[in-house]
Design a protein around this ligand. Sequence first.
Ligand code: PLP
Length: 623
Amino acid sequence: EAIYGIERWGKGLFEVLENGNIGLITQHGETTTTTDLTSILHSLEERGIASPILLRIANNLQSQIDKINNGFQTAIKELNYKNSYRGVFPVKVNQQAHVIEKIVEYGAPHNFGLEVGSKPELIIALGQRLATESLLICNGIKDSEFISLALLSRKLGFNTVLVLESVSELELVLKESKRIGIRPALGIRIKLNNRITGNWALSSGDRSAFGLSAPDVLHVIERLKEEEFLDCLLLQHFHLGSQVPDILDVRRSTAEACRFFVELRKEGAPLKYIDLGGGLGIDYTGEHKSTENSINYTTTEYCNNIVEAVKNTMDDAGEDHPIIVTESGRATVAYSSMLLFNILDVTHYEDRETIEIGNDDLRSLRDMRDVESYLTPTRLQECLNDVTFYRDEVRRNFGRGEIGLRDLVKAEKLYLHLVSRMRKVAQGDEWVSDDVKSALESSADIYHANFSLFQSLPDVWAIDQLHPIIPIQRLNEEPTRRAILSDITCDSDGKVDQFVLADGISNSLPVHELSEGEHYHLAVFFVGAYQETLGDLHNLFGDTNVATIEIQPDGDVNLIHEVEGDTIAEVLRYVEYDPLALSNSFKKMVEEAVSKKRLTAGERKTIMTAFKESLNGYTYFEH
Ligand code: PLP
C-alpha cells in the first residue's frame, strides 16, 4: 500500500483498510467515518449501476466549500481585515445540474455565488435560488441578449455583476442599460504583467487574450465618466490561470492587482469588490512543490497570502478594505469525484518459462542466453543494450528470410524472460539509474481497462494531467506486476502511462496478478473539475453512469442521485442517426435473408432482439 503514496496525496480523504480495500474518510463535525469503497461499488453494481462509474461524494464537495470559505474567514479574523469574503463557483468547471444544485445548497451559509462565462451558463445560474448576499459574476464575451438578461436579473434580486472584458463591450453595455433603463453593477477585468508558471501560463501576463491593458482601463474610466456611469463600477477582476503552482505568484499578482484597485478608486470608481479569479490548485501528486501537477502551498496559506497582500496594499494607500472575491473552481469540485472502472484483460510482457537454448541454436540466441551470467545491478544498462541488440538481430534475420518462425519465437520469449529478470534485479536495494528503471518499466504489462480516456479523463490525454490512480482492493498484498493502462477505444493515444507513486512519477503502475474471472477495479481520483464536459465521444463511448452518494455520520451510504450513462441509441442520435431508421433498415436486410432462406424465422427473432438490446444498452463493456 505504501508504494502508492496514498497518505501523501490522499490528504486525509482515503486510507487502506485491514481487508486491503480503500476506505473513504468523511468528517461529520467531531466524528470521522471510514467507509469501504469496494462495498459501495458492489452495492451500486447490485442496483444495476455498472462500471465504469463516476462516483460523486457529496461530503467532499461540502467539506471543500467549507474549507475555502472558513479559510478566508479565519484569515480575515486573524489578520484583522476590515471586510468580508464572498466566493463564487465558476460554472464552467462543472456544469452538471446536480453538482451546481449541491454547490448552491452547501454554499448558501457562506453566501457563495456563481460565476458564468456564457449565455447557457447564465441561464443555469438564473435557475438557481442563490442566497441573498451571493454574487452572480458574468465574465466572458457578451452580446446584447446576454447583457439585457443580466441587467434584468437584478430586478429579481440577483446581485449580477457584468465584468467588462473589452472596450467594445462597454459600449454595448451602456447602450443596453440605457435602452432597458436599468443601471448595471459593473466589473472591469484587468490584465496583469505578472506571469505564472504551469499549464495555464498563457492566461496570465500582458500577452494574455483576456482582460484590459492599462491604456484600455483608463479609456473605460474616461468613457464611464463621460456617460455618468462611473458610480456603477463596483468590481475589479483578474484571473491568473488555473492550477497556479507557486504561492509567490498568487502573492505578487494580488499585490499588482491591488495597485490597480487603489488607482481606480483614485480615479473616482467606487470599487467595492476585488475579484482574484481562480487558480487555487490541487496537489495531484502530493509532492507539495511548484510543478504542473502539484502546488507548494495549502488552502490556509492561499487564503492568508491573499488577505494579507490586499490588507497591506490598502493600508499603505490609506484605502478601505474591499470585499475579497475568488472564483475557485478546481479546488471546490476536484476532490468530490472519482472514476471507477474494471480491468477487462491483461497482455503480459513477460515469459515466465525458462527457454532452453542449446549449442545448436543460433549464435544470437546463445549470446542472448549468456547475458544472464553477468546480470548484476551495476551492469543492468549493458545487459539491456545486449539483449535488445541480439533480439533485433534475430528479427532482422527473420525479415530477410534467413530464419523461420520458431527461432523468432525463441528470441521474443527469451527477451521477455530476461527483461523481467532485469526488472527484479532493478527492484532490489542497490542503486539503479532512473533511465534504466524507466526503460525496464516501459516493457510493463498492459491492463485493458473499461473506460474511455477521451470521455472521462480528457486532460490526461490533452495536457498530460496526472491524477492518482490505484487499485481499490488487495492493498494488503504486494502488487507483483507493473502495468500501463489501455482504454477501451481503438486509439493508441487511449492509454495511461504516467502514474503518481510514493517515490515520484513512474511510467508503470504496480498492480496485482489477476486470477481467472476476478473483478479487479481501479479508481482515478480528483476528477471533479473540468473533465465531464470536456470529454468527447471518441469511438462513440458515451457518458458513464454517475452515482452521487452522501455518507452519514453512522457510516450509512445514501445514494442521493443517479444518472444512467448514455445508451448506444443516445450516442447515435448525437451524431445525427435515427436509431429507428437504422433498426428498420437492418430489419429489412434480415427479412430479405429470411426470404432467401439464409436465416430461419427463429434466427430472425434472435438477431433482432440482439440488435435492439444493443441499441438500448451501455456503450461500455457489459458483463
Ligand atoms: N475564473 C475564470 C475567469 C476562469 O477562466 C477560470 C478557469 O480557468 C476560473 C475562474 C477557475 O479557475 P480554477 O479552476 O483554477 O479555480
